[in-house]
Design a protein around this ligand. Structure first.
Ligand SMILES: Cc1cc2nc3c(=O)[nH]c(=O)nc-3n(C[C@H](O)[C@H](O)[C@H](O)COP(=O)(O)OP(=O)(O)OC[C@H]3O[C@@H](n4cnc5c(N)ncnc54)[C@H](O)[C@@H]3O)c2cc1C
Length: 417
């Protein structure tokens, strides 16, 4: 495909990644249908921790990570849970995840993520300026706290690698910490400031507003469930539950954690698994924060939203269709009280979402090796909100046949062999 004009493309999935792709493709002259069984931005992209977090480039699997796992698993409501009965389903992914964590794998993944992350601020700025949605983002940075200084020392190599790759941070003394977040209590411990972070005040509203803007620019919205997608020499055919069979010139698969079923039929399955996370959002928390606070000790984030204070995070490995365990969401309130002693929990909502997590922690942004009209935009793991606009720009360049702004080999769907 050499240019956008007139070509009709299906973007399957209207999460933050699909909404951004639809927006950029219609701007580039494509005819676009954006399809989702739900409403835009209301699945995984609804309940995340709301952080635009360019500095987070280091993968989750690294040498020695397995040594931490038993400690994490000991607390059933701690940072990590594996549902043992689902192990036959999640086990192969966990094995590939651990195998990806070599020193060389860490370097490769961190560099691939850094190349994307350096483009994130500019791509978000451009999208926000064009859509008039600047009010939804706050450029305040973020704070990471550790309850004991030696916990920071264990993770120090991560921050040093981030600095080497262009994302500096700053150690905060107690006065600086107090100035940035007066409500926060940290007795001893260590705190860092991450200047590259921004946060949105409402990730669900942001995704929906980008989709609305794309629809206002001419994107056709189809609320329907895609049952099957088949590639043809001249395009793709999608079969929907209500609309039946529809043909398109091209497909962008942006179905988040549900993408693998389609990828497996079109090319081959990739090592992606749903890494579940939970949130509790407290409408009336009784505390005031200006910026996100990340607990490096307990692996969750406290973010001030327009709807209240959101506590989000934790990792749970289970089947895609397993029932949520909302005790994990409730436990976040107790964790947050350690840092925010004044926290009240009035007007609470709980949520579970599934991060589309690749074994190497790097997303798939790729043309299909088999079908020239099939494009992949999924697997963003912890950073789909952060990387949505950048993914959209790269996918659009690929579809227009333009030279991409960076080498896309690290994000190819066939990189796993
Ligand atoms: C607890 C938690 C905290 C997080 N914090 C952050 C953060 O601070 N910053 C950050 O950048 N990221 C964060 N993330 C990750 C981020 O939320 C995801 O990476 C991102 O939402 C993925 O977006 P997506 O568009 O790929 O998927 P989704 O938002 O899941 O969208 C996929 C869409 O595809 C649709 N779909 C699937 N199958 C079909 C079908 N057959 N037919 C029709 N439609 C279909 C779904 O309905 C859905 O709307 C967090 C995630 C969690 C769980």
């Amino acid at each position: 495909m050499s240019a956008g004009t007139g070509r009709h493309c299906l973007v399957l999935g209207a999460g933050i990644v699909g909404a951004c792709c639809a927006w950029r493709l219609v701007e580039a002259g494509f005819r676009v249908t954006l399809a989702d069984r739900g409403l835009p931005g209301q699945a995984t992209s609804f309940g995340n921790a709301a952080g635009i977090s360019p500095s987070q480039v280091v993968p989750f699997s690294y040498p020695g990570v397995w040594k931490k796992v038993p400690g994490w698993l000991r607390d059933p409501l701690g940072p990590l849970t594996i549902r043992w009965r689902d192990l036959p389903w999640t086990g192969p992914w966990l094995w590939r995840f651990l195998r990806a964590g070599t020193a060389e794998g860490v370097q490769r993944a961190s560099r691939a993520q850094a190349a994307l992350m350096h483009r994130v601020p500019g791509d978000w700025d451009e999208l926000l300026a064009a859509t008039g949605l600047q009010d939804l983002l706050r450029p305040r940075g973020a704070i990471t706290v550790y309850e004991r200084p030696e916990q920071l020392e264990t993770d120090r190599w991560i921050y040093e690698l981030e600095t080497e790759l262009g994302f500096p941070w700053k150690l905060l003394d107690p006065d600086e910490l107090h100035d940035l977040a007066p409500a926060l209590r940290l007795d001893g411990g260590a705190a860092l400031y991450l200047p590259s972070w921004r946060h949105t005040v409402n990730p669900g509203r942001l995704g929906a507003a980008i989709a609305d803007d794309a629809i206002a620019r001419g994107v056709h919205w189809l609320q329907d469930e895609a049952l099957e997608v088949t590639a043809r020499p001249d395009g793709v055919e999608a079969r929907f539950a209500s609309a039946g069979a529809r043909t398109f010139d091209a497909l962008v698969l942006a179905a988040g954690p549900w993408s693998n079923r389609f990828a497996a039929r079109l090319d081959h399955a990739v090592p992606m698994t749903p890494k579940r996370g939970y949130h509790t959002t407290i409408a009336d928390s009784g505390v005031s924060l200006d910026l996100p606070v990340i607990s490096g000790t307990r692996s969750f984030v406290i973010t001030p939203l327009e709807t209240g204070l959101r506590l989000a995070g934790t990792a749970e490995f289970a089947r895609l269709d397993a029932a949520p365990d909302y005790r994990r969401a409730k436990a976040l309130v107790g964790h947050a009280r350690r840092y925010l002693p004044g926290l009240t929990a009035t007007g609470v909502t709980e949520w579970m979402g599934q991060r589309p997590m690749m074994a190497d922690s790097v997303p798939v942004i790729s043309v299909s090796p088999r079908h020239r009209n099939v494009f992949y935009a999924f697997g963003h793991g912890h950073y789909g909100l952060t990387q949505g606009p950048t993914t959209a720009r790269l996918i659009t360049a690929l579809m227009r046949g333009e030279p991409p702004a960076l080498d896309l080999a690290p994000y190819r769907i066939d990189r796993f062999g």
